[in-house]
Write a protein that binds this ligand. Structure first.
Ligand code: PSV
Ligand code: MN
Length: 393
């Protein structure tokens, strides 16, 4: 886009101003693989410190005003107090993520476990998460189930679907008028034979049965290699069943790398479908969340980088000349239509985003601003003792 195309620049900047990206509390904590968790200096010791780090990301990007919690990793005595802490820092609390995958009772499943006692315990945890949402003012309950089996014959595939439906119904009926279930699917891991919610079709069918307050969430790392994720986005948006994203990127499986790092073109194609479906506006109700682990890179700048990557992909998607694209599609001009998308993808939107930040009174380069801020040096000194947060705490 040329400098002289002022109306287009303004239109893109205006749309970007409204975009909100939610960062995950656990991305500020230590994480790793099953081989090793490498602790890093300055990592938060509790949810209060995680929110403080998220506030830094928001202060520098202007685009990440909420932070998602994961229960019990972020369990506190007083959630209203935690919400007040967030407000005091200019932040809000976002989605509440349930965790029914780390208790020893869940070895054979949580809500689909053959043992009714375990199913009751898992469902009670989900209901507790709704109680927490009441205290934090959160809109979204994100449900991911690691439930599944490892061996053919291990359990009855169909009965497990019935158990899942029963638990989902109980939780759905407990939701307040402005609360939603976001049901997340994942092809495999930790279950290696069947997974009870393995794909978007299964999630969609359950959400349809539940009602309008249940929607599908797409974690971009949860598909078979080669899956066309933007098709899923277009399909679910069209039928009003897309609730949001867990953004991250992957080379192989659920790698949880920084969004936009492995395949920026895929992220652009996803964001194009969002723009095409007029779903960027916050009122459209799509939660743009990150779900990442920063195992070897410093966490706060990695999260800033991720927010910038989403913004860059979005800016490119907004640059697509809709009129030229529609005309080419209508005329059956395959190359022309493809060029309309590629021209936008190949634009350098970084100057435009720098200009937008300057308009908003932000530093045009949030990465450099963070490096200069002295925040890391401060938390490294202040958080020297205590127990660092991680997947288990
Ligand atoms: C599962 O792989 C998942 O994507 C779910 O969203 C979990 O809540 C999250 O990762 C834990 O990091
Ligand atoms: Mn996820």
């Amino acid at each position: 886009m040329s400098q002289s195309d002022a109306p287009a620049r303004e239109r893109v900047k205006q749309a970007l101003r409204t975009q909100r990206i939610e960062t995950p509390s656990w991305a500020y904590a230590n994480s790793g693989t099953r081989f090793k968790v490498f602790p890093q200096e300055g990592v938060p010791r509790d949810p209060y410190e995680k929110i403080a780090d998220a506030a830094v990301v928001h202060r520098l990007t202007g685009a990440a005003p909420t932070v998602a919690l994961h229960i019990p990793w972020d369990r506190v005595d007083d959630y209203a107090d935690l919400a007040k802490h967030a407000t005091d820092l200019g932040m809000g609390l976002g989605a509440i993520n349930s965790n029914v995958f780390q208790d020893p009772d869940y070895m054979l499943g949580s809500v689909t476990n053959p043992d009714p006692r375990v199913r009751r315990k898992a469902t009670d945890h989900l209901l507790e998460c709704v109680d927490i949402m009441d205290a934090t003012g959160s809109r979204d309950l994100k449900l991911w189930f690691s439930d599944g089996t490892n061996y053919p014959g291990q359990d009855d595939i169909r009965a497990r679907q019935d158990r899942l439906a029963t638990a989902l119904r109980e939780v759905y009926d407990r939701l307040g008028p402005n609360q939603r279930i976001l049901l997340e699917y994942k092809l495999f891991e930790p279950a290696f034979y069947t997974t009870d919610v393995p794909d978007w079709g299964t999630a969609y069918a359950h959400c349809l049965e539940l009602g309008p307050k249940a929607q599908v969430v797409i974690d971009t790392g949860h598909h078979a290699p080669g899956t066309n994720i933007e098709f899923i986005v277009a399909f679910l948006l069209r039928v009003g069943k897309l609730g949001g994203f867990d953004f991250n990127s992957r080379f192989y499986a659920d790698d949880d790398l920084m969004v936009g790092s492995a395949d920026p073109f895929q992220l652009f194609r996803i964001m194009y479908e969002i723009v095409r479906g007029d779903a960027l506006r916050p009122e459209a109700g799509i939660a743009f969340m990150l779900d990442q682990c920063h195992n070897i890179e410093p966490k706060i700048p990695a999260i800033i980088r991720s927010v910038l990557n989403v913004q860059e992909a979005t800016a490119k998607a907004l640059l697509v000349d809709a009129g030229a694209l529609a005309a080419a599609q209508q005329a059956g001009d395959v190359l022309g239509a493809n060029a309309a998308l590629m021209d936008a993808y190949n634009s350098d939107v970084r100057p435009l985003l720098a200009e937008l930040r300057a308009d908003l009174g932000l530093d045009p380069d949030p990465m450099a601003a963070y490096a200069r801020s002295g925040y890391f040096e401060r938390i490294r000194a202040e958080r020297a003792g205590g127990q660092q947060a991680g997947w288990g705490a």
